[in-house]
Design a protein around this ligand. Structure first.
Ligand SMILES: Cc1cc2nc3c(=O)[nH]c(=O)nc-3n(C[C@H](O)[C@H](O)[C@H](O)COP(=O)(O)OP(=O)(O)OC[C@H]3O[C@@H](n4cnc5c(N)ncnc54)[C@H](O)[C@@H]3O)c2cc1C
Length: 403
């Protein structure tokens, strides 16, 4: 039986583990964080194509009830002028739509899912090095232990070690000049229709809020920051500093932002944003490959990082099942995935740039966006279907790219 060593129990890793078990592979997952780590803050827009990918491996129930459904995104500017509205994926024939969910909840569900399928998830295992021995792979961890297998898949996120091992010249993550902060406020409502995420292109800051239907509100903000903050600067900011800064950024804009900032449970925290536009080498000849953020992280503005990681995981398992050897599987996988994911990363980068627009670009943006949204609304969201309408039939046999 082929044995896969997976590095990283974020989103791609556990899903890949479950998918590989379905095709009869032996799997072990190694994760650097302790089992009870809850370091992944914020909320996440989990789009329909991610749920579709999980459903392809009969795992949709692990996230299908997490969080709250989102049907539309409506946009206003700092003066409260309506710029337009975009439907989410309700054109999908299966009716799947997006859900806002806590990132920590999604991560926990993914690991629980892997464990439920009998997969060993080893925590406190920080990978330092890995090598292709010609007949297999050996992974070496910080605690001095090693793991061996036939193939090794780096699901180790945007700062991937495996990416560097495959290609020491691989690009570093690119800084995107907006920060992320946000959370959930129980017992706080906003005047927005249910399932509508209201997004404000504020004068100085992008700010968003959505009522959850049970008396709470999800919110997030993207404070602009032109230069990458030195490591530690954001985590050193106090809750009071965050609130004061957010108030300053939203001062004068029409809407509930100020009340949200006051009502949000603390501590407010923030994250810098990075993406990976083009990772030239995803795999070595036959034994090591990166998927998920390690291969193509996108700015959160795309709302697609988690979903792409899940699509990757399921597609890679199909390729390993249907191709005559691993080299062919990796090549087939890349031919199926590269164009799509790079397009999504480019879209995400553009959305982030719109959020960080200066005074001149803001005027242009506010003039152009209504046309864009009108076009999107007119076709009932059809133009978004390439993104959220992606469907995977796990039983479909793939044709090897090199055949
Ligand atoms: C603030 C924020 C908001 C976001 N919002 C959204 C959103 O709205 N929608 C969306 O779809 N996506 C969003 N994302 C992105 C999403 O979280 C990622 O795209 C997704 O988690 C990628 O999954 P992954 O499994 O590839 O990587 P990760 O989830 O990053 O998992 C990688 C795992 O590998 C582990 N690891 C790393 N290095 C090692 C090592 N050397 N040894 C062992 N283990 C290692 C890490 O600890 C981690 O558990 C957001 C991200 C952030 C930061």
């Amino acid at each position: 039986m082929t044995k896969a060593v997976i590095i990283g129990a974020g989103i791609a890793g556990p899903a890949l583990g479950v998918a590989l078990r379905r095709i009869g592979m032996e799997v072990e997952i190694f994760e650097q964080l302790p089992a009870d780590a809850d370091q992944r803050g914020s909320w996440l827009n989990f789009q329909a194509n991610g749920l579709d990918a999980l459903r392809a491996i009969d795992a949709g129930s692990w996230v299908g009830k997490l969080g709250y459904p989102v049907d539309t995104m409506s946009f206003v500017n700092g003066k409260g002028r309506v710029l337009g509205e975009l439907p989410m994926a309700f054109r999908r024939p299966d009716g799947l739509t997006s859900r806002m969910m806590p990132r920590a909840g999604l991560f926990t569900a993914m690991t629980d899912m892997a464990v439920h399928h009998g997969i060993a998830v080893h925590h406190n295992k920080r990978l330092l090095d890995a090598r292709n021995t010609g007949t297999g792979v050996v992974a070496r961890f910080e605690d001095g232990t090693e793991a061996t297998g036939d193939i090794l898949i780096g699901c180790d996120g945007i700062h991937s070690r495996i990416r560097k091992i495959i290609d020491p010249g691989a690009m570093a993550p690119r800084y995107v000049p907006v920060l992320n902060t946000g959370g959930y406020i129980p017992d706080f409502t906003v005047d927005v229709p249910p399932k509508d995420f209201r997004m404000q292109f504020g004068t100085k800051c992008f700010f968003a809020w959505m009522p959850t239907g049970d008396g709470g509100t999800i919110w997030f903000a993207n404070p602009p920051m032109a230069k990458e903050p030195p490591r530690g600067v954001l985590s050193a900011m106090s809750d009071a500093q965050w609130r004061q800064w957010l108030h300053e950024l939203m001062d004068g804009d029409v809407g509930p932002a100020s009340d949200i900032i006051d009502a949000a449970p603390g501590p407010i925290m923030g994250w810098a944003t990075y993406d990976m536009p083009v990772v030239k080498r995803w795999h070595d000849s036959s034994r090591m490959i990166v998927i998920g953020d390690a291969a193509h992280a996108t700015s959160p503005a795309a709302g697609q990082g988690a979903s792409m990681s899940l699509e990757d995981a399921v597609t890679l398992a199909q390729c390993l099942r249907d191709c005559p050897d691993t080299a062919s599987a990796f090549a087939t996988y890349e031919s199926l995935r590269r164009e799509r994911v790079e397009r999504i990363v480019a879209n995400g980068h553009k959305s982030s740039a719109d959020k960080a627009a200066g005074p001149f670009m803001r005027v242009i943006r506010d003039l152009i966006l209504p046309f864009t949204f009108r076009a999107g609304a007119k076709d009932g969201g059809q133009s978004m279907m390439w993104l959220q309408g992606h469907h995977i039939d796990f039983d479909e046999r793939l044709t090897p790219a090199t055949a």
